[in-house]
Design a protein around this ligand. Sequence first.
Ligand code: RB5
Length: 149
Amino acid sequence: MKVAVAADHGGFPIKAQIVELLTSMGHDVQDLGAHQPEPSDDYPDYARYVGQAIQNGHAERGVLLCGSGVGACVAANKMKGVRAGLCHDHYSAHQGVEHDDMNVLCLGARVVGVAVATELVEAFMSANFTKEDRHARRLEKVNAIEAAG
Ligand code: RB5
């Protein structure tokens, strides 16, 4: 699967391991930065890079890292077609895809370490939207909220 990864300085410490993990899983990974630790960089820029990759079809999924995961998630969800979720537990990381068609996993590198992040990314990437009627109906309602602005 084509997957875009990005991190601000808060997420930077675990980004390389996440890129390596996704690559080892056989995914086509785009590392959209940061490419070096820069304490003054801003998480919305990286959220935008991942969101644009989703929007233009260069990526089917994204993994977005910041310190808490919160800012990146808030910013990413401002973008049309992005369904980002902050998941620090295994259940949400796969259920968010299965029920809600989450396409961007947000993680806080100051909250979870590499081992937990690895399990979360594996759960996220292995899950598929079930397309069951009730989930499709709810997704349509989410899309209507997005369309209404
Ligand atoms: C950066 O210091 C930090 O605020 C950012 O990475 C993130 O945690 C925001 O939600």
